[in-house]
Design a protein around this ligand. Structure first.
Ligand code: HXC
Length: 510
């Protein structure tokens, strides 16, 4: 008996060491933690239970028969984050560069299947060199099995990817099909083909960071939802994010205790809107002033900053905030902003997270670059996402709601449940100047006359009451009471039940 126990301890210790101390040291020298260290930080203390620590690959080609390392380059299992069950897999770069073999893929798919069956979130930590080159098609098949499960789990359980080292070749598509991708700055990069292949095929000279670092993917490509300075920060933020998310599409959003009273008034909101309609203000200030304890987890902060999206809580329960940002491009809707917000709205709708929409939008961005870039289709994504969403939808128009963007931003007409406006709201087809100059084009050479026309248009439409008279706005509210009104509306909507007509799935403009 003693012997077998010792054998178990020895085998476990060998597995714990992954690719060996030298490679662990190399990992640390690069500023990266090992797969197991990452899991320790991510999960509640002593909660992680590892599966398949003794799994080895079965490849015999290219001398691989003699090179077997228990675990085969990925650590998998389950544990808890703040007491709630989460499944996890972490690529172990110290073992064959974290590359994916058939056996490695089976370990991941086992965890994916368990997460889906037991309806709990799954987090993947990536640090890997793609398909195990020695295994050929067996590795490609393994990727396919992982991708299939990503697709089947989409919209059923939250799937989160954190890129903490190289993520190349086949490794990129699994994260791309998950709900959110986070990256660690300077130590992680993601691309389909690396700098060497790029040089061969296109003759471009580019570094790994320039091709697929966090600086690129959180801004230009928008592949990544946020970047963090190091492994520790990224993992602690994942713990924070998980507190906002429900375990699956079958259960309610988490409810956390809060000391922030629903009745809290904020008088500073009464003077938030500047007298000059063209002067910006920071919509994030409004989000922080209405959300519980000012806690806001922003998604895609560095991309399309003209729209702000992220999670907060109202009376302890998660909500998704979507808000035009007057500080950036006057809060205009362009292709990037529309795509960013559409994806967020659809995530919230998948998982029963109510939407709070704060509107100050001068319209869609005009111009050839937008039109050539497909603004019509991208704008339609957001319109579609809001229209199909059946979660509670509460909207507050703080200032401008012009043109098509008025309809898009969770208006009454696309099933906004409760639509509030501040007294400073202006709801019209376009701004007074643009409107007057089109309707009274013949008077353009008479500045006094045209100014009078502008003033008339402003008097008629630069207020919330024309919309309120038609019932498009349910109530014009005092800005200082916004939190209270939102909490009341969200409470009232907790029993909301709406179903869309049966369909296999919709055909959102892609
Ligand atoms: C087998 C691999 C490997 C791989 C790395 N290693 N990638 N082993 N298959 N794909 C091994 C190395 O041999 C080395 O082993 C160890 O991992 C560390 O790798 P290094 O190259 O020393 O590390 P580093 O300099 O940091 O470079 C990391 C890297 C590089 C950038 C990831 O290893 C690399 O370019 N790897 C190949 C990437 C790639 O092209 N993958 C295949 C993509 S095709 P030792 O024993 O020396 O420690 C693909 C198709 C799937 O994925 C498509 C499905 C849709």
């Amino acid at each position: 008996m003693k012997n077998v126990l010792e054998q178990l301890t020895q085998r476990r210790q060998a597995a714990q060491l992954g690719g060996g101390q030298k490679r662990i040291d190399a990992q640390h020298t690069r500023g990266k933690l090992t797969a197991r260290e990452r899991i320790e930080l991510l999960m509640d203390e002593n909660s992680f239970e590892e599966f398949d620590a003794f799994v080895e690959h079965r490849c015999t080609d290219f001398g691989m028969g003699d090179k077997k390392i228990p675990g085969d380059g990925v650590v998998t299992g389950w544990g808890t984050i703040n007491g709630r069950v989460v499944y996890v897999f972490a690529k172990d770069f110290t073992v064959f560069g974290g590359s994916l073999s058939e056996a490695h893929a089976r370990k991941i798919t086992k965890i994916q299947d368990m997460a889906l069956q037991n309806r709990a979130p799954i987090i993947g930590l990536f640090d890997a060199g793609g398909a195990r080159i020695q295994e050929g098609v067996a590795a490609l098949g393994g990727y396919g099995e992982v991708f299939l499960r990503n697709t089947l789990s989409s919209g059923v359980i939250p799937q989160i990817s954190v890129i903490m080292g190289p993520c190349a070749g086949g490794d990129v598509y699994s994260p791309a099909m998950t709900d959110f991708i986070f990256m660690v700055r300077d130590t992680s990069y993601m691309f389909v083909t690396g700098p060497d292949v790029v040089k061969t095929v296109t003759n471009e000279t580019v570094t790994a960071e320039e091709l697929g670092g966090a600086s690129v993917h959180t801004t230009k490509s928008s592949i990544a939802d946020r970047g963090y300075d190091n492994d520790v920060e990224a993992l602690l933020q994942m713990r924070r994010l998980m507190d906002f998310l429900p375990a699956s599409n079958l259960v309610d959003v988490p409810q956390l205790p809060t000391k922030d009273a629903a009745s809290r008034k904020d008088l500073s909101l009464d003077t938030m809107i500047p007298d000059n309609p063209n002067q910006p203000y920071d919509i994030k200030e409004l989000i922080r002033k209405v959300a519980d304890e000012g806690d806001f987890f922003e998604i895609q902060e560095a991309h399309a900053a003209n729209i702000v999206v992220g999670f907060g809580r109202m009376e302890g329960r998660t909500v998704g905030f979507v808000a035009n940002q007057p500080m950036v491009l006057a809060g205009v809707l362009d292709s990037d902003a529309s795509r960013k917000a559409a994806r967020f709205v659809r995530f919230c709708d998948c998982f029963g997270i109510p939407l709070v929409t704060l509107v100050d939008v001068p319209g869609f961005l005009p111009g050839t670059s937008q039109e050539y870039g497909g603004l019509i289709k991208h704008g339609a994504k957001l319109l579609f996402a809001y229209a199909e969403a059946t979660v509670p939808k509460v909207t507050v128009i703080t200032r401008k709601a012009y043109g098509g963007a008025y309809d898009v931003m969770s208006s009454k007409h696309i099933r906004g449940d409760v639509n509030y406006a501040w007294p400073t709201a202006e709801i019209a087809v376009m701004g007074p100047k643009g409107a007057a100059e089109i309707i009274y084009r013949s008077e353009l050479d008479d500045p006094d006359k045209i100014q009078k026309r502008i003033d008339d248009y402003e008097t008629r439409f630069a207020n919330p009451f024309v919309a309120a008279e038609r019932g498009y706005i349910d109530e014009v509210i005092q800005p200082h009471a916004t939190r209270q009104r939102l909490c009341r509306a969200l409470n009232m909507l907790r029993t909301k039940k709406v179903e869309n007509p049966w369909k296999k799935h919709d055909n959102i403009p892609l």
